[in-house]
Ligand binder design. Sequence first.
Ligand SMILES: [Mg+2]
Length: 285
Amino acid sequence: MSLLLLVDLDGVVYRGPDPVPGIAAVLAARAAAGDDVVYVTNNSMHYRADYVSRLTALGAPVSPDRVVSAPRATALYVREHEPDVRRVLAVGASGLDRELRDVGLEVVNAGFAAERMAKEGLDGVEAAGAPQAVVAGVDPQLTYLRVAAAADCLRAGAVFIATNRDPVYPTQRFLRPGSGSIIAAIEVASGVTPVVIGKPQPLLLEQAAHAAGRDPKEAIVIGDGVLTDLAAARAVGARTILMLTGVTSPAAAAALPEEERPLATAADAGELRRLLDAVASGSST
Ligand SMILES: [Mg+2]
């Protein structure tokens, strides 16, 4: 039976700008053997095409429908679960806008709404054209009026959907505020708590499994984060392989309590390949 592999990106396939050696080739071999490989990331800023070109360059098997980022999963979620939503106020980067437009939603960026509020003296609801939803992720251009626009729309009854609650966003040189920091500002200002899509919540992994036409319970989640990848996998009942190529040290992995332990840990691509071969042939758990 073919495997469903839900593969985290940063810390697994690459680490910042550098590929993790051998991982793309392991995934290519599994895809050639008939497995479904879907990439999952909490990153809320990029459009799928960005990942497709990067992964293709690394030699990893990928097509646009097999990249389920937090913005993509958020867009799919809105389309599936919020059929009355036509217009969305988006607090985020251009990748979020594009993913929402791709599923047929009309997107008003919070920057546009904030400009109208300032120039025309409007409230956020008028400035954004009364959207039925507010969607938020990392917005590197965040301003006071963008938060005000989102809060106005939420107080007027729009539904609130967050890409994820990551507190920080690590860049190559700095830790920057993550989606969770921006969500918190909007949440406090509006008094409205969002539906959260990204890991450790289950919805991102659910959408990723559905992208391959599969049940998330069948998945093997391959990730480097205990509080994100492993927790989300537990929430959907999936098995996990914890990679030691990212944020989790061997000592931290060894110290995990019984109920948080992965199916297996892998220090490198060679170990991952052997583990997946064993799982695929049913000879090991
Ligand atoms: Mg990671």
